[in-house]
Design a protein around this ligand. Structure first.
Ligand code: ADP
Ligand code: ZN
Length: 292
């Protein structure tokens, strides 16, 4: 049985064919250009396979409400040409199979639940800290959608008293994404994150903000596992600093030994590594097949 997977990002698309055990058999990637050109490449890649289902994890915002006229669309994205793009409809025209469709971070959360760090658990959150900050959530075994889908990267955090950076979010200025995304780091310090590894104060401040946010996600959702991916999470000193800040913020209030004694196992990098996104799309395909 073959499953198709699409990880649609603002800069690149990854497509893969895999199986229901989470194994990837073949993959390709190409830059995200105009929808017609990009989708043609997706179709060309999949057409030599007989697929049983396809999963799509995409940048957003997206319409996930199956009762909506625009279900399966990328909606009001600022990304040129992609506004109101009918993603599911376009794929469905060529492939008459069940299609799973969700945000990139929800997909990654599901992949981690099926085959990664949250395997065997009923809940988790997957946070990406890269060009933007996004968080996918699974609660009681189900991906959280609600009205649209959560946008936990844009919550308000308490500012560090010494931080005068105005913030880079075009909507909110100094929301979490505005203060702690990759571009925010670059604007505040005048260098790319990858070139700031030696500067402790950069990663202390970063962990101060991410730690606050994660503490709030823990208070609101009580996830059994917290996973952090994305380019910024590749800084090797960041994760232990986040552990310390989360403990500081919670200050002993959430009494569970997983947090109090094993925070280094509780808040981790993705078990699927850089494949969290594409395996997540595979997980959506598997789930769509099961839902059929
Ligand atoms: P995207 O969010 O576009 O899918 P990434 O997750 O790779 O892609 O995030 C890109 C952002 O992460 C950029 O702002 C980049 O500067 C930052 N970044 C990438 N690698 C590192 C690193 N090793 N350390 C710190 N920041 C990094
Ligand atoms: Zn914002």
């Amino acid at each position: 049985m073959y499953l198709g997977a699409i990880e649609a990002g603002g800069t690149k698309f990854v497509c893969a064919v895999g199986d229901s055990g989470g194994n990837i058999h073949e993959r390709v990637q190409f830059p995200t250009t105009a929808p017609e050109e990009t989708m043609q490449k997706v179709i060309d890649f999949f057409k030599s396979y007989s697929l049983d289902a396809i999963g799509i994890g995409t940048f957003g915002p997206v319409d996930l409400n199956r009762k909506s006229q625009t279900y399966g669309y990328i909606t009001n994205t600022p990304k040129p040409h992609w506004t109101n793009f009918n993603f599911v409809g376009t794929i469905q025209k060529y492939f008459h199979v069940p299609i799973g469709f969700d945000t990139d971070v929800n997909a990654a959360a599901l992949g981690e639940l099926f085959w990664g760090r949250a395997k065997g658990k009923n809940s988790c959150i997957y946070m990406t800290v890269g060009t933007g900050i996004g968080v996918g959530a699974i609660v009681e075994g189900r991906l959280v959608h609600g009205l649209l889908h959560p946008e936990m990267g844009h919550i308000v955090v308490r500012r560090h008293p010494d931080d005068t950076f105005v913030g880079s979010c075009p909507f909110h200025g100094d929301c979490l994404e505005g203060l702690a995304s990759g571009p925010a780091i670059e604007k505040r310090w005048g260098k790319r994150g990858a070139d700031l590894s030696e500067q402790d104060e950069v990663w202390e401040l970063e962990a101060f903000y991410l730690g606050q946010a994660i503490a709030q996600y823990i208070l609101v959702l009580s996830p059994e596992q917290v996973i952090i991916g994305g380019g910024v999470a590749k800084q090797s000193t960041l994760l232990p600093r986040i552990h310390r800040h989360v403990l500081n913020h919670l200050n002993g209030y959430v009494q569970h030994e997983v947090i109090l004694k094993h925070i280094d196992h509780y808040i981790t990098l993705p078990g699927l590594g850089d494949n969290a996104g594409i395996c997540g799309a595979l997980a959506l395909a598997k789930q769509a097949l099961g839902d059929k």
